[in-house]
Structures are given as structure tokens and as C-alpha cells.
Design a protein around this ligand. Structure first.
Ligand code: BGC
Length: 765
């Protein structure tokens, strides 16, 4: 490493010298660690999110150099389907402990960008299409990891919803969509879990790169949300080091030798950057070092990795979503002859490609685990297809078909490979590999019962074979316990309780971002606005294959009671009594959706307002209380630049999914107290006549001044006013026949000013 003090020679300014050592700390020492100095120790930052990717030797991005073994927990797409924040916290804590044991100070996760399009290359890492579900899980991830004395880095801040051209593209998003969809999960984690760091994204937002975006990194993150941690760049995201620092980006990773430091010092010399900015960032680095305990006890062998594997298995089982189960095809029954088909049963896919790739401590294979669970003699296997090549697939398929025909039930393992879903590129379609679809169809023709088990980090289409099979198990990306977790669910040792955290559409063309994703010429327009995922499908009544929130169980649940009570003007408390009406213990997710009161802005038909997971023995019931906080009713008012709860009647909907609402309660809310608007000549005729104070005065004076003929005509033609209602008053007032004198308008404007003055603004949150 070059001695940065050498630069003092070329720039003899004493300020420069005093800032040189601190400035050097703001660029990494190498790929994964920070520099040591001014009493701050060197720290190691490592991926994340679902396992620790600690590289022993040369660091690289492509996973060419294997990382040290660590437990591979279910990636985001899997664990989000658990809808279980408590489980997320347990996993977080185990991740934190492994990170410490591997000498890691900061684990680079959680990854919480919203799944805007199912084509997004990193949807396997991200959690959900819904910001509330994402935020609730991310909060517990951070708490879990940090409870082990290890830091987190919430990424990728912000609006990093695609891989295509990710280092150049500008996400063009309106303010309301940012606030309601792409920012709330970050906001919630920052406010509720105090993450030690936030990682800025590669992309630009409305023309300004995230890493150089002062509004994003300072005004919003620090000043508005109160973030007091460190902002680190995504690896190689910085284009202009001084700009980035000025915008609020503290630490550049990986290190760039002395280039970053020199750029900072030059900016200080030129007076473009104040020394205090450099020093403030160094203090944040110091805080990071203080918040993460120094690691003196790095020893993976001291950890109970069996216990972590058992947790990975439980988490994976909780992540599995039973999509379809006709005639109780599942669980498999003892004594049944089961044909296990598909090479993925012996070479499973359980994570995606890229920087999150973990070298597992071990991997449970589905075929082995099914043999253990059902007895060797009841299980037969055929590969059905080969990853290596399509040439022999016809033969393999014929063999699998014969195997299926001889069994009571055929379980077909299909899915996507790592080369299909990875960081760095987006998918171009939602299809399974051709040989996998061919296998499903061939087997379904001959098998008495066909079960399809999917392993796919991103959504795949279930067409055209969906109706031909009896059961579908969505296995997402399940981590290293993939095989045992799938066996647990298939055999009923675990009762499936996962629910979709993202919609499975019927066709790619149905997806809300279809026409805009992934953009062109370095720009991606978020034209669908807030109508992302189920917010779109439910608002336009578009049929989907499986809605957000869907998930079956081997037991059944009923609702005994559902009460909704307003809490003040803009929140509510909800009590739901759920009963397990079936024969097996199981878990259900209480999903509360809020349908908006009439609003001046177009709002989604329903939005997830709260949820809770409840586990019940057969016949048992439990009452859960859920808070619908102000935000569950609010929208972002662009003009006022604040959250607003419209007064009016909302509907609180209890859903088994975003499409299956089983009970509804009306909830009138006073909402935000509005000050009457201040009128101007640019305000429209409608706004003038609709004004609570001015409107009646204006109507009266117009009627008083009108001739009897004009009065009769106005009464006879109610549409007359409607026709001109969008005209600015200044223009309308000059119309022949209208002619409202200027002084009269001025008096009325003054009246609107005094009406607005005394009332307090509605609460802002
Ligand atoms: C990814 C980050 C990751 C970093 C370090 C980047 O390419 O976007 O998610 O943490 O590399 O590997």
C-alpha cells in the first residue's frame, strides 16, 4: 500500500496534512477490508445476505475463488415466503455468529429492493414485491445479525430493481412511488433497527447516481430518517469520489489504492470539499468500529454448525409454499410407491449466482432425504433430463415416464439453474428449461398422481402444464437444507405454511412493468407507478395464476372473530381469532389489507396493512391483535410533500391472499385535518366554489348580482358550472357575463388566507 503521507510533499498545505490520514481511511484497504488509523481498527465486510461468503485467498466477484464453508440459509425469495419475522431474527443471529467466527465485522445484507419485475436477476436475493412485508423481515434480520455483535449493510439504497445496465441506468421514478414502494422498507429498517451501515446502489435515481445523491444519502437518510450509521458504496459504484463524499457516502469499497484519497484531498485543497465533511465520515467509521465488537474469538469450529443446519432446515421448510394440492395428493403416505424424477433431486439448486453465493457446510439431497423418510424400498428414481446436455433428454424422459407409470405417485423436480438466475443480468422470460417442461408433461400423462417440486429463485410460469398435475410445491431457493426441508413438507413431517411474497402471473405480458422493464438507452421509466405486484393485479382485476399471499396447508383454518376499532383519527387496532379447523398442527398467516377511502389520487385497490403468523394445534384457536398504523392508510401527497390520511371510510379486509378476501369491516377515519386551501387567481373555478368558506360567499354574491334571467338559466343548467370548473378563476372572472371585479376576488383571496391561518397542520409522519 502506498504511503498516503507522501502526498503532503506535493501539497504543502497544513490542512492537507491534517486531513490526509483521516481521508485515507475512507477508501478500503483491499477488496473486503478497511484501513486502520486514527485509533480505528481495520474491519472486514463480507457478503451476505443468506450466508457468510468469507473468501480465504484472492478476492473476486465471480465466485471463482471459493469462500470458506458457512451455513447457506434460504435466500430472500425463500425465507420471505415464511412471513415470519421471528424466524428471520433467529436466522440473522446465526448469520451474525458465523460472521464473527469467520472474522467478519460487517455482513453485507439484508438485500431489500422491491421485486418490481419477476425478470429481475436478483429477485432470488430480494424479499418481496410488498414494502411492508419486506420491511418487517428486514428489521428482524438486522436485529438478529447485530445481536451477535456484527454489523449489517442494508442494500442496495435505492431503487436497484434490475441488473440490466445497473451501473449506468437511471431509474426514473416519481416522488409518490419512491415514498410508497421503493423507500419504505429502508425507512423502516433505519428507524426501527438502527443498522450499522447502508450500502448505496449502483444505479442513478432520476438522473443522479445513488452514490452521489445528496438528497438520498443525506437529506432523506440522515436528516429525515435519523440514520446515524455509515454509508458504504456498492463495490465499485463510485464515479466521483469527492462528489460522493460530499453527498454523504462515507466509505468507498473496495479500495482503489490512493486514487480515492487523492481525489478527496484535491477537493479539499480546491475548496470544493470542507475538511469537516471528511472528519465527519471518519467519525462514522469510528462509530462502526465501536458498534461491532472486535473479533478476538474467530473460530468456526467452536460453533454448533449442526444446530445451524437444523435451523436452516426449519427455515427452509417454512419457506416452502404449497401452491396446489388436488384431492390431498400430499402429503405422501407411508407405503406408497414414489417415483422421484428429475436430476434436481440429486443435484439441487438452492441459491442463485453472484456475490451472494455461499459455500455450504453441507447439502441435503432431496432423493436421499426422501429415501430416509419413506424407506428405500418405496422410492425409485430416474433423472428425466440432464443439465449437461439436451441430446440424451429424450431417452432420459422415456425412462422417467416408465418409472412414473409404475408408481403410485410421481414427484417431479424441476427448476432454474444458477446460470438462469444471477446477479449481473436479468432474465428474459419466465420459462422453465424446455426439458423440464417436457418431463412434467410426459410424466403427467402416465402417472396416477403427479407432484411438481419447483426450485427457482425467481418466478417461473406454471403454464401450460398447471392443470395437468395434482400438486405443486414451490421450493424457491431453500439453502443447503433444501433436500431435508422438501422431504419434510412432502411427507408431512412439516406442515407447509409458506405464503407467496410475490405474485405468480399467468403471463409475462401481464406483469405491471412489462412495457418499461428494463428500459433502454440508460433510462428505465417506472411508468406503472405505485401499481407494483398485487397492487396492480387487484386494481385492474387482472387474473393471475397465484396471488400474493397464497399458500395451502395440510390443515384448514377458520376465523371465529374479526373486530376493527379506530385508534384516533388515522390508525386502528384489529383483533382476529383464528381456529385450526383441521386434523394437524399448522401455522396460518393473518393477512390484513386496507382498501382506501375515496381519494384525490388514484390508489391501489388494496395494500397489505399488517400480518401475523400464528401456530395452532388441531381445534385450537388464538386471538391476535394487529396494529394498523397511520402509514397503512396514508399516501404520499406530492404537493404537500408529506404523508396524508384522507378522511373517509376505509375497508379493512381479512385475506387468505390478495385475491381471496374472507371478511371485511368498514372503518371510518377522521383522517388529517385539512386547512382550507389558500386561493389564488390560478385556482380553478371548482376550487373556488368548493372552498369551505369562500365557496358559499361567492355563490351568494354571484346570485345576488345576477339578473332574474341569469338566475333562472343557472338553476336550469346545472352543467354550466361543470363545463368551466377547470378554468383558472383569473380567466373565468373576465368572461363576458361573469365579470367579477378584481377587488371582490382580492377580498375573497384574503378571506381564504385568514381561514387557512389559525388551523394547525395535520400530523406528519
Ligand atoms: C453487489 C453487492 C455486494 C458487493 C460485494 C456487488 O456487486 O451488488 O450486493 O455486496 O458486490 O460483493
Amino acid at each position: 500500500m502506498t504511503d498516503i503521507h507522501a502526498h503532503a510533499d506535493t501539497a504543502p498545505d497544513s490542512n492537507d496534512e491534517s486531513v490526509a490520514e483521516p481521508a485515507a481511511l475512507l477508501s478500503g484497504k483491499d477488496f473486503w477490508s478497511t484501513r486502520e488509523g486514527t485509533g480505528i481498527r481495520s474491519m472486514v465486510l463480507t457478503d451476505g445476505p443468506h450466508g457468510v461468503r468469507r473468501q480465504g485467498g484472492e478476492a473476486d466477484h465471480l465466485g471463482l475463488n471459493q469462500s470458506l464453508p458457512a451455513t447457506c440459509f434460504p435466500p430472500g425469495a425463500g425465507i420471505a415466503s415464511s412471513w415470519d419475522p421471528a424466524l428471520m431474527r433467529e436466522v440473522g443471529n446465526a448469520l451474525g455468529r458465523e460472521a464473527r467466527a469467520l472474522g467478519v465485522d460487517v455482513l453485507l445484507g439484508p438485500a431489500i429492493n422491491i421485486k418490481r419485475s419477476p425478470l429481475g436477476g436478483r429477485t432470488f436475493e430480494y424479499l418481496s414485491e410488498d414494502p411492508r412485508l419486506t420491511g418487517a423481515l428486514a428489521v428482524e434480520y438486522v436485529r438478529g445479525v447485530q445481536s451477535a455483535g456484527v454489523g449489517t449493510s442494508v442494500k442496495h439504497f435505492a431503487v436497484n430493481n434490475q441488473e440490466t445496465d445497473r451501473m449506468r441506468t437511471s431509474a426514473e421514478v416519481d416522488a409518490r412511488t419512491l415514498r410508497e414502494i421503493y423507500l419504505p422498507a429502508f425507512e423502516r429498517v433505519v428507524k426501527e433497527a438502527s443498522p450499522t451501515s447502508v450500502m448505496s446502489a449502483y444505479n442513478a435515481i432520476n438522473g443522479v447516481f445513488s452514490s452521489e445523491n445528496r438528497w438520498l444519502l443525506t437529506e432523506l437518510l440522515r436528516e429525515e430518517w435519523g440514520f446515524d450509521g455509515l454509508v458504504v458504496s456498492d463495490w465499485g459504484a463510485i464515479k466521483d469520489r469527492a462528489e460522493a463524499l460530499a453527498a454523504g457516502l462515507d466509505l468507498e469499497m473496495p479500495g482503489t489504492g490512493d486514487a480515492g484519497t487523492e481525489a478527496i484531498l484535491q477537493a479539499v485543497r480546491d475548496g470544493r470539499l470542507d475538511r469537516s465533511v471528511v472528519l465527519a465520515s471518519v467519525e462514522r467509521l469510528r462509530t462502526l468500529a465501536e458498534r461491532t465488537a472486535p473479533i478476538a474469538d474467530a473460530d468456526m469450529a467452536a460453533l454448533d454448525l449442526d444446530a445451524h443446519h437444523a435451523l436452516a432446515r426449519r427455515a427452509a421448510a417454512a419457506s416452502i409454499v404449497l401452491l396446489r394440492n388436488e384431492n390431498e395428493t400430499l402429503p405422501l403416505r407411508a407405503g406408497q410407491r414414489v417415483a422421484v424424477l428429475g436430476e434436481l433431486a440429486v443435484a439441487p439448486q438452492y441459491q442463485g449466482g453472484g456475490s451472494s453465493h455461499v459455500s455450504p457446510t453441507r447439502v441435503d439431497l432431496p432423493l436421499d432425504e426422501l429415501r430416509v423418510a419413506l424407506g428405500d424400498e418405496h422410492v425409485v428414481y430416474a433423472a428425466g433430463y440432464s443439465r449437461a446436455g439436451a441430446d440424451d433428454s429424450e431417452g432420459l424422459r422415456a425412462e422417467a415416464r416408465a418409472t412414473a407409470a409404475s408408481a403410485d405417485v410421481a414427484v417431479v423436480f424441476v427448476g432454474l439453474y444458477e446460470e438462469d438466475q444471477s446477479e449481473g443480468f436479468d432474465r428474459e422470460h419466465l420459462d422453465l428449461p424446455v426439458a423440464h417442461v417436457a418431463l412434467i408433461e410426459a410424466v403427467a400423462e402416465v402417472a396416477s398422481r403427479t407432484v411438481v417440486v419447483l426450485s427457482n429463485g425467481g418466478v417461473v410460469t406454471l403454464e401450460p402444464w398447471h392443470d395437468k398435475v395434482d400438486a405443486i410445491v414451490e421450493g424457491w431457493a431453500l439453502g443447503q437444507a433444501v433436500g431435508s426441508a422438501l422431504a419434510d413438507v412432502l411427507t408431512g413431517a412439516a406442515n407447509p405454511a409458506g405464503h407467496l411474497a410475490e405474485t405468480i402471473p399467468l403471463a409475462l405480458a401481464d406483469t405491471p412493468a412489462f412495457l418499461n422493464f428494463p428500459g433502454e438507452q440508460e433510462v428505465v421509466r417506472y411508468g406503472e407507478g405505485v401499481f407494483v405486484g398485487y397492487r396492480y393485479y387487484t386494481s385492474v382485476d387482472r387474473a393471475v395464476r397465484y396471488p400474493f399471499g397464497h399458500g395451502l396447508s395440510y390443515t384448514t383454518f377458520g376465523v371465529d372473530a374479526f373486530e376493527v376499532e379506530a385508534e384516533g383519527a388515522d390508525a386502528a387496532i384489529v383483533r382476529v381469532t383464528v381456529r385450526n379447523t383441521g386434523e394437524r398442527a399448522g401455522s396460518d398467516v393473518v393477512q390484513l389489507y386496507v382498501a382506501p377511502a375515496p381519494s384525490a389520487v388514484r390508489r391501489p385497490a388494496r395494500e397489505l396493512g399488517a400480518f401475523a403468523k400464528v401456530t395452532l394445534e388441531p381445534g385450537e384457536s388464538a386471538t391476535v391483535s394487529l396494529a394498523l398504523e397511520r402509514r397503512a392508510f396514508a399516501h404520499w401527497d406530492v404537493r404537500a410533500a408529506r404523508w396524508r390520511v384522507d378522511p373517509g371510510t376505509y375497508r379493512v379486509e381479512l385475506g387468505r391472499s390478495a385475491n381471496e378476501i374472507v371478511a371485511v369491516r368498514e372503518l371510518p377515519l377522521a383522517g388529517d385535518v385539512e386547512r382550507p386551501a389558500v386561493l389564488s387567481l390560478e385556482s380553478t373555478v371548482k376550487e373556488w366554489f368548493g372552498h369551505a368558506i369562500v365557496g358559499p360567499v361567492l355563490t351568494q354574491s354571484m346570485m345576488d348580482n345576477a339578473t332574474p334571467e341569469q338566475q333562472a338559466a343557472a338553476e336550469a343548467n346545472a352543467n354550466a358550472l361543470k363545463m368551466v370548473e377547470s378554468m383558472p378563476m383569473g380567466q373565468f372572472a373576465r368572461f363576458p357575463g361573469v365579470e367579477i371585479p378584481e377587488e371582490a376576488l382580492e377580498q375573497l383571496i384574503a378571506l381564504s388566507v385568514s381561514a387557512a391561518a389559525p388551523a394547525a397542520a395535520g400530523s406528519v409522519a
